[in-house]
Design a protein around this ligand. Sequence first.
Ligand SMILES: C[S@@+](CC[C@H](N)C(=O)[O-])C[C@H]1O[C@@H](n2cnc3c(N)ncnc32)[C@H](O)[C@@H]1O
Length: 227
Amino acid sequence: MKVKPYKNNDDVFVYINEEGIEKIATRSLVPGQQVYGEKLVTQDSVEYRTWEPRRSKLAAALLKGLIPNLIKPGMKILYLGAASGTTPSHISDMIGKTGRLYCIEFSPRVCRELVTISEPRSNMIPILADVRFPESYASLIENVDLIYSDVAQPEQAEIISLNSRWFLKSKSRIILCVKARSVDVTQKPSVIYQAQTDILKQNSFDVEQLIDLSPYSEDHAMIIAKS
Ligand SMILES: C[S@@+](CC[C@H](N)C(=O)[O-])C[C@H]1O[C@@H](n2cnc3c(N)ncnc32)[C@H](O)[C@@H]1O
């Protein structure tokens, strides 16, 4: 087995598994830690965590041509809707010990799992809060290089825009996961993706990429935009 960088990404890797299937992975910040039952592989004494595109929309987006190197070592990132830490843990691997990942989650039960995952990860800061009220966590967060949002709420584009006004450095990016059915079950997903893109444009973002995440995540898309 040979692990090598995935396409033009410096911090995402690829290997071929025993069944001959291509798998992407991140270099583990916490060797030995499995966050969601993912397979761990070791090469030259370095441990990598397999990144499952059906469990993480960011992995799906990478496989579908996401702009490379959006997430780099040392970045400060705000993550809205961190859940129990599946995707956040891979971002934590990518930003390394000098980065900082502020993870907001409003479900106390889920946040407890997030705290457990975060404990050995010095760059992950779990925060129990509601992303609709950034003023409630403003004192805990510095200005960030990127905001990632996956809250599966009808007003998801407005929420990331609001948080950007509070915390995003100028000329920086946002990554918005759009769940079409959270917005309107009666509309075609493509119409909803376009409407969410329009809301970001109205909030002064330049939209750089819109990725339909099927077949990994049906009725979901990812929008990349710059302030
Ligand atoms: C689709 S899940 C996130 C999955 C996660 N991003 C991942 O890939 O590992 C959406 C999460 O957003 C949280 N959420 C929804 N609305 C929220 C709000 N207003 N404030 C904070 N968290 C919220 C939910 O509790 C849920 O855990």
